[in-house]
Design a protein around this ligand. Structure first.
Ligand code: KIV
Ligand code: ZN
Length: 390
């Protein structure tokens, strides 16, 4: 079955970099941008050019460096923001301006002290102005997750008429349920005149841990771009995690969707971003966490040693992890001990294993994890003669 392509819009360097304490300098951003290019993302959101001279420079340098992918700069629906972004993006082979405005009642009332008609006027004026600089203009309807669908459809229709090529439907506050977010995308697909002229994009935040699920619901209902970050970093609880959505689409071919991402670079890219930003990846993080392919309970270890697929749905090599790991703890069984002992050079008979295992358990009860050096100490300390394997 041929698959529909979902564009990956990486915003690690913009929404991701908004994390307190994770600020990057231009040189670091260039290294990450180059890696994102190799990884196969379609769009790099390089920054918010008007926000600071440093961000302007980063967007400008990335626009000079990266030629295979679209380079995007964020703006508010403000003329000066847009002209500054256009200037920063001038060297880009494929420039995109990402402009927009809040559309929920809360934003219209409290942030802008405005009304719906005036918001539509500002939205269309921003898109029309951006079109005087670049062909590719993405419009974001901030807080679309809490915007009523009828008004959202009106906004979308108006900005498509003004020339928007991509419509970003952000769940800015991470509020939506997957069914709700999916239904929103479906509603826009079915009710916005001219929707075929634009790509619908999912931009989901993770305040309720639903960013990935919401993005998948979005593309299942017709969106064809996902905005995401490496390791899911971003404002508050973060953005949709790039590695998660990419691997979900790959693991579920029946969705009929795929991306251009070279998944074998995912683990290394995750480590690179984590190191450069000084932000650790939680060990149990899906796909790229240190424990994502580690097995520590006896029942699971026995299964994985017999056949990896008993407890793993992804071959670790597919995401650039060398192999599954069998971690020795007090919950491990004989199969795991025999397996790890063999890896460090000891071929144990059944009787020998029984004896060494009792020593192992005493040791493991005192330690969180039994390491290779400990296996040597346990085996050598026992009074059995053991064949050394080469
Ligand atoms: O979350 C959001 O609404 C955003 C927009 C600026 C696109 O990041
Ligand atoms: Zn965001």
């Amino acid at each position: 079955m041929s698959k529909d392509k979902v564009d990956i819009f990486d915003t690690t360097l913009r929404d991701g970099e908004q994390v307190p304490g994770c600020k990057l300098d231009t040189a670091q951003k260039l290294v990450i941008a180059e890696r994102l290019n190799h990884l196969g993302v379609d769009i790099i959101e390089a920054g918010f050019p008007i926000s600071s001279p440093g961000d302007f420079k980063s967007v400008n340098e990335i626009a000079k460096l990266v030629k295979d992918v679209t380079v995007c700069g964020l703006t508010r629906a403000v003329k000066k923001d847009i002209s500054v972004a256009a200037e920063a993006l001038k060297p880009a082979k494929h420039p995109r301006i990402h402009t927009g405005i809040g559309t929920s009642d809360s934003h219209i009332l409290h942030k802008f002290n405005s009304d719906k008609d005036k918001i539509i006027e500002r939205a269309t004026a921003a898109v029309s102005y951006a079109k005087t600089f670049v062909e590719d203009v993405e419009f974001f309807a901030e807080d679309a997750g809490r915007t009523d669908n009828e008004f959202l459809a009106r906004v979308c229709e108006a900005v498509i008429k003004a020339g928007a090529t991509v419509l970003n439907i952000p769940d800015t506050t991470g509020y939506c349920l997957p069914e709700e977010y999916g239904a929103k995308i479906k509603y826009l697909k079915e009710n916005v005149t001219g929707i075929h002229k634009a790509t619908l994009s999912c931009h989901c935040h993770n305040d309720l841990g639903l960013a990935t699920a919401n993005s998948i619901a979005g593309v299942s209902n017709g969106a064809r771009q996902i905005e995401c970050t490496i390791n899911g970093i971003g404002e508050r609880a973060g953005n949709t995690s790039l590695e998660e959505v990419v691997m979900i689409l790959r693991q579920h071919p029946t969705l009929g969707l795929d991306t251009n991402i070279n998944s074998k670079l995912l683990f290394d890219t995750s480590k690179m971003v984590s190191q450069k930003m000084g932000m650790i990846v939680q060990p149990n993080k899906a796909i790229v966490g240190a424990n994502a392919f580690a097995h520590s309970s006896g029942i699971h270890q026995d299964g994985v040693i017999k056949n990896r697929e008993t407890y793993e749905i992804i071959d670790p090599a597919e995401v650039g992890v060398n192999e599954s790991s069998i971690v020795l703890t007090a919950r491990s069984g004989r199969a795991a001990l025999a397996y790890r002992a063999k890896l460090v050079g000891y071929e144990l008979t059944k009787l020998q294993l029984d004896e060494v295992y009792q020593e192992f358990l005493k040791f493991a009860d005192q330690k969180k994890e039994v390491l290779d050096a400990d296996i040597h100490a346990i085996v050598e300390g026992s009074d059995i003669t053991i064949e050394i394997v080469s």
